[in-house]
Design a protein around this ligand. Structure first.
Ligand code: FES
Length: 110
């Protein structure tokens, strides 16, 4: 595993997931409303191999709804499937927030 610096914390939103390309992967990042952490997860719905970036983020439940066939994944529960047709959890990545001289930065562990 390796730790990658992604962005400034204040570039992220708690209302929608934002895509970054990290080490060859498209990953969505969103701030949690409930905790001070940042969630990072695959920009790929494993039901039919489609991007999740236009999916609806629910900041109350930390769930993302796929825009294609409406599968729901709970990111706070490790990407668990909450509604079909997906049946495999979404890949979720560990993140860290580090305060440095020029701001607070988000890192992801891949
Ligand atoms: S591609 Fe996401 S639910 Fe089908």
């Amino acid at each position: 595993m390796a730790l990658y610096k992604v962005c400034l914390l204040n570039e992220l939103s708690s209302e929608k997931a934002i895509k970054f390309h990290v080490d060859g992967l498209d990953i969505l990042f969103v701030k949690s409303l409930q905790s001070k952490q940042v969630y990072a997860f695959d920009n790929n719905c494993n039901h039919a191999d489609k991007p999740l970036e236009k999916g609806k983020w629910n900041s109350e439940t930390s769930e993302i709804t796929c825009p294609f066939h409406k599968a729901v994944f709970c990111i706070a529960e490790g990407g668990a499937v909450k509604a079909p047709p997906a049946c495999v959890p979404l890949t979720v990545y560990e993140t860290e927030i580090r305060t440095e001289a020029d701001g607070s930065f988000v890192y992801v562990n891949l």
